[in-house]
Design a protein around this ligand. Structure first.
Ligand SMILES: [Zn+2]
Length: 101
């Protein structure tokens, strides 16, 4: 993957609530070493694109199961559904239940 692909990927994961600011920061540090690009520039590239995508996704940022708003970095995917932490816990319980029974 080249620099631009990774910026796109990270920005979309951030906008999609899969990464929070701390996660993004870790990625930026690694990218800065790998591509020899200044940290500030990478941060700008990722966050400006992330904000554009966030606005684009704004209507769909709720949990697909209960409709709760999902904070950055706390989303989960179950199949194609984006769900909040509570629903993820619920899904794990149901899963255990069906496994046990
Ligand atoms: Zn939920």
């Amino acid at each position: 993957m080249n620099y631009r692909n990774i910026v796109d990927k990270v920005a979309s994961l951030y906008a999609d609530r899969f990464l929070n600011v701390d996660h993004v920061h870790d990625v930026i540090m690694t990218m800065s070493e790998s591509f020899d690009v200044p940290i500030e520039q990478i941060r700008n590239d990722i966050m400006s694109l992330g904000r554009v995508l966030e606005e684009k996704y704004a209507d769909e940022l709720g949990c697909d199961w209960c409709g709760e708003h999902i904070e950055n970095g706390s989303g989960y995917y179950i199949d194609d559904d984006r769900v909040c932490g509570q629903c993820m816990l619920l899904a794990e319980k149901l899963d255990n239940y069906t496994t046990v029974v």
